[in-house]
Every structure is written in structure tokens, then in C-alpha cells.
Design a protein around this ligand. Structure first.
Ligand SMILES: Cc1cc2nc3c(=O)[nH]c(=O)nc-3n(C[C@H](O)[C@H](O)[C@H](O)COP(=O)(O)O)c2cc1C
Length: 385
């Protein structure tokens, strides 16, 4: 299948530009061997490359390019499939943008086109190319330091311990602060179905709040997940929650109830009424696993939560994926306009965290900071050896 991969990257500061002609000559031969064609642009700092060819060949070459230490911050911008090549004659051709006017480079690149149809900017690949040549989008190039720039050093912040509930902190890694604690009820026997499921869920949440009240530090923000329809289906669910919050010695303002975006909200109207009651009681709402479900950004308009928690799958390796970056940036921008706090869960790699910090996220959860749920490990700049 004819595949296109487009990426951008950053020449390493210690690599001289004069290596490029040799590199391109060698790459051209390798590309020809794999029937891969394409073009490479260089603006003095960043590369932009379109690779086209059979899926296997393009993937093989791209993997080599990703592990090439002469450049870093390789971000895949597009991976697409097409009936024909745009640049069929060129194993690899380099355009050095410093030697051309933007308009003449665009024309020169289009002139290399070999597609049966004249190349036009209706084509997504060429739109990416034009954006790069015109140096738009540069403010969205969040470049991250190498992973080994940081050590993650366990501090003194051990999560509370109790039977029946495990606790997972939400952390602000640069501020070295635990900003909230999530109480996760240990899984209870299943087999509960229908409406009973919601009664059972409320019992579990109430029990988690009772245990958290006895174990968590005073005034700490507490996060508990609940099924959205529990708030609708169980008569006076919110009244029961408020009563339990008070008898556990907690304040409603400390509590955030998280509903997963992947849970079906079968009646959005009834759910919105329940959310209003929650807020009237002083309890905050978070939409969790944001980005994993189907509701998407429109849910933010119907249910204006206090927070969202972005799910792990959309941020996994975000530093390498242009499409993920675009989606998460849109979510961050939208939440910023609505003054909704964004938390990102499931962080495993330093580069994921660094990219998200650069994009404006402050609060995180994930194995990077709480390996095996033990004490919080804070980032510290690694001493040069
Ligand atoms: C910006 C950039 C673009 C590259 N483009 C290609 C390419 O299109 N084809 C290719 O075979 N190698 C390309 N390379 C070089 C590869 O990373 C790699 O060095 C090359 O495939 C030779 O592999 P080897 O060093 O394992 O022999 C590129 C390197 C850089 C830094």
C-alpha cells in the first residue's frame, strides 16, 4: 500500500550543517533500494521530510531516521495512504530554505511533482509543507529535553494507606506539590446489573469517602470516581453523598467526583440537573478519561465541569505525534477559555511530561511520578557525571 509519512525534527546543536550533502546522497541510494521517494526541507534549524513508498519501506526508513542521533525531537505530523506518489522521481532531494524565497521554494517543490494530477494545496501533505515553508505553527513546536536530563527521586510524600481503598496522588512535579489524592475503591465482587449497579456504586463511593476522611491529610482535595448515571438513578444520591462527606469530617469543597467520558450518559438532561445539584452542594465535577470516549469537546459545552482528566491513551508518546499534540492542544485551549483545569493521567515517560508542561499542563498522575504507587518521585536535574 502506498504510504506517506511526514515528520519534522531539529538538527542537533553540535552537528555541523556541512554533513547534509553526504547524508542526502547516502539516503538517496537507500531510499531507491526501498522504492521510497520524497523530499527534505531544512531551514537552518528544523528538518521537514515527506517520505512516500510501499508501507514496509517507508516504515523501515522512518525507523532509521527516528533513531539517528544527528537530529532530535522527531515529530510525526502525518501518516496517510494514497493512490499515487507526489514526488516519484526523487530518491531524496534537499531544499535548503535559507537559499530561497518562500514563494519560489513552494513553486520549485511543486515543479518536482510527478502526480498524474497537478499538485495543488488541496492535498494535506502539501498543506503541511506550505505551513513549514511559511514558518507558521512554530509557536507549537514544544521541544523537549532528552529523557536522561532528569532523575526521578523519591521524596517524603507517601500516599495514605488503608484497607479497602488505595490512594493515588495528583502531583505538580515542578512545584513539588501533591495537589489532590484520588481514592480508588478496591474492586468489589461483580455480578450486579441494571439499576442495582448504581445503588452498589453509590455504596462503594460512600465507603471510599468514609475511609479517605479518616486517612487523608486535612484539607486535601479528594478525587473519587463515580458512574455518571448513579447521580441520576439513585434517589437523592447527592443528598446521601453530602451527608457522608460531612460525617467523614470532610467538606464538600474538598471533593471532586470524576465521571468517565467512556461511561454512557444515557440522559444528558437528567445528568445536567444532577451536576447542578452537585455544584450547589459545593462538590466539583471532573470528566475523566477525556479523549477516550465519543462525546468529545461538545460535552464541555453541555456539562461545564470544574476539571477534566485526560486519559492515558491520547498522551502516550505525545512528544512524537503531531496529531496527538494537535488534539491535546485543542483540548487545553478550550479548557483554558472555559477556566477548566486539565489533569493528565497515565504519564510514563519524561518526554510526555515535558511536552505537556510546555503546553501548559501543571497537574499529573502516572507511573513516572508514583512507581508502584509508592512515594512520589520528584524530577531533579541529573548531575553531570
Ligand atoms: C533529517 C534526516 C533525514 C534523513 N532522511 C533519510 C532518508 O530519506 N532515507 C534514508 O535512508 N536515510 C535518511 N536519513 C539518514 C538515516 O537516519 C540513516 O543514517 C541512514 O538510513 C543510514 O543508516 P545507517 O546509518 O544505519 O547505515 C536521514 C537523516 C536525517 C537526520
Amino acid at each position: 500500500m502506498l504510504t506517506t509519512i511526514i515528520y519534522r525534527s531539529h538538527l542537533r546543536d553540535d552537528v555541523p550543517v556541512n554533513i547534509l550533502p553526504d547524508m542526502v546522497a547516502r539516503a538517496s541510494l537507500l531510499n531507491a533500494r526501498h522504492k521510497v521517494t520524497g523530499i527534505l526541507l531544512f531551514n537552518g534549524t528544523h528538518f521537514f521530510q515527506i517520505l512516500e513508498g510501499p508501507e514496509e519501506g517507508v516504515q523501515h526508513i522512518y525507523e532509521r531516521i527516528c533513531s539517528d542521533s544527528r537530529h532530535h525531537n522527531v515529530v510525526e505530523l502525518m501518516r496517510d495512504y494514497s493512490p499515487s506518489r507526489r514526488f516519484g522521481n526523487h530518491g531524496m532531494e534537499l531544499f535548503d530554505l535559507r537559499q530561497h524565497e518562500a514563494a519560489s521554494v513552494l513553486q520549485a517543490v511543486l515543479d518536482r511533482g510527478t502526480s498524474r494530477y497537478r499538485l495543488t494545496y488541496d492535498d494535506r501533505g502539501l498543506q503541511f509543507l506550505r505551513t513549514f515553508v511559511e514558518a507558521r505553527e512554530k509557536e507549537n513546536y514544544f521541544e523537549v529535553l532528552p529523557a536522561d536530563y532528569w532523575d526521578f527521586v523519591p521524596g517524603n510524600d507517601a500516599p495514605p494507606a488503608a484497607s479497602g481503598v488505595s490512594f493515588r496522588p495528583v502531583v505538580d512535579p515542578l512545584g513539588r506539590e501533591v495537589t489532590a489524592i484520588e481514592a480508588i475503591p478496591e474492586i468489589l465482587p461483580g455480578g450486579v446489573t441494571g439499576e442495582e449497579r448504581y445503588h452498589h456504586n453509590l455504596t462503594v463511593v460512600i465507603e471510599a469517602l468514609r475511609i479517605a476522611g479518616g486517612t487523608c491529610p486535612d484539607g486535601m482535595t479528594l478525587y473519587v470516581s463515580i458512574l455518571p448515571m448513579t447521580l441520576v438513578s439513585v434517589p437523592d444520591a447527592i443528598g446521601k453523598l453530602v451527608k457522608e462527606i460531612e460525617s467523614a469530617g470532610l467538606l464538600p469543597e474538598q471533593i471532586i467526583l470524576g465521571v468517565s467520558e467512556t461511561e454512557v450518559i444515557s440522559s444528558l438532561d437528567a445528568f445536567s440537573v444532577a451536576v447542578r445539584q452537585l455544584k450547589q452542594a459545593g462538590i466539583s465535577l471532573s470528566i475523566d478519561n477525556f479523549g477516550d470516549g465519543s462525546a468529545g469537546l461538545s460535552l464541555l459545552a453541555y456539562v461545564q465541569p470544574d476539571r477534566i482528566r485526560v486519559g492515558a491513551s491520547i498522551v502516550r508518546n505525545i512528544h512524537q505525534s503531531g496529531p496527538k499534540q494537535a488534539v491535546v492542544q485543542a483540548v487545553i485551549r478550550c479548557c483554558s477559555a472555559l477556566e477548566i483545569k486539565v489533569i493528565v493521567a497515565g504519564i510514563e515517560r519524561p518526554e510526555e511530561w515535558m511536552w505537556l508542561e510546555a503546553a501548559g499542563v501543571i497537574d499529573f498522575q502516572g507511573r513516572l511520578f508514583t512507581p508502584e504507587s509508592a512515594v512520589v518521585a520528584w524530577p531533579e536535574i541529573r548531575e553531570a557525571i
